[in-house]
Design a protein around this ligand. Structure first.
Ligand code: FES
Length: 282
């Protein structure tokens, strides 16, 4: 059991939880994620990214948006409650090295959370870092102070201009690509459509661009096939081959179609776990 030691509400439906997971806090590396199951009664398993970790206190931080049944149930949990099962760290860690030129890290919405450990690791490797973070409005921006502490340059964009620059993140990204000192490497994490357009922005400049994919996941160990994506000519499993891939090779259109595949079932779904089944005695 993993006890929640701190709960913070970052906006209407975005939460930051700190919970006990000493082994994960010690072992996790940038780019890795968790599969969480809230209770032992056939509860849904769902992936969450790690926003931060403290090996000293044995705790990890997750930031998530309460959008589906399980994340809403998680959001309703309180400090002192425990999450039944936390599997991780999963996935292939981010390849971190010192590169010859600035690294631009683009985080959109909740995607800023998984970008945070990557920026920490890139910084520790001695890179010059430009962080571009964006959200629909000021209320939805997360981790600005943490990013300010790590980045050499921080650019904040909002779609509605309520804070920072009124622009999509691809606008400053393109300006950096066109500058005299273009990025040697780019990372983009956020909604699939944002990652797709970030990759399309950097491609003509030949700037290697890594994206971290947020597909549907079930087991997180390469068994179910739920997370498969097309990268170049190959089928890859996000949970074991990723979550990071070459953004110039990812078939984002196919990935977005697959993400929509279960929407109707999700909307119509009425949870029957624990309900009495006619003709069956307990
Ligand atoms: S989550 Fe099942 S194969 Fe990746």
């Amino acid at each position: 059991m993993n006890r929640i030691v701190k709960k913070r509400r970052l906006s209407a439906d975005v939460f930051r939880f700190t919970f006990e997971a000493p082994n994960i806090a010690r072992e996790r590396k940038a780019g890795q994620f968790l599969i969480v199951q809230l209770d032992n009664d056939f509860a849904e398993r769902f992936p969450l990214t790690i926003a931060d970790a403290d090996p000293e206190t044995g705790t990890i931080d997750i930031i998530f948006q309460a959008v589906g049944a399980s994340t809403m149930k998680l959001a309703a949990m309180e400090e002192g409650d425990s999450i039944a099962n936390v599997l991780g760290p999963l996935g292939t860690p981010t390849h971190i090295e010192k590169v010859d030129g600035p690294v631009v890290c683009v985080g959109g919405g909740i995607g800023v959370a998984p970008m945070h450990p990557i920026v920490q690791a890139l910084r520790a490797a001695g890179n010059e870092i430009i962080v571009i973070m964006g959200a629909r409005n000021k209320e939805l921006l997360i981790m600005e102070n943490e990013m300010k502490a790590l980045a050499d340059t921080l650019i904040v964009c909002t779609d509605d201009g309520s804070y920072g620059r009124k622009a999509l993140v691809t606008e400053p990204l393109k300006e950096y690509c066109e500058s005299d000192n273009p990025p040697a490497l780019a990372f983009a994490i956020g909604p699939p459509i944002m990652m797709k357009f970030c990759a399309e922005t950097t491609k003509p400049f030949g700037i290697p661009t890594m994206v971290s994919l947020n597909t549907i996941m079930v087991d997180g160990t390469g068994m179910c096939g739920g997370c498969r994506v097309t990268v170049g000519d190959e089928t890859k499993f996000v949970c074991v081959d990723g979550p990071e891939f070459d953004g110039h090779k990812v078939d984002f259109n196919n990935m977005m179609l697959r993400l929509k595949a279960y929407k109707p079932q999700e909307e119509d779904h009425k949870c029957r776990v624990g309900a009495d089944v006619p003709g069956e005695s307990k």
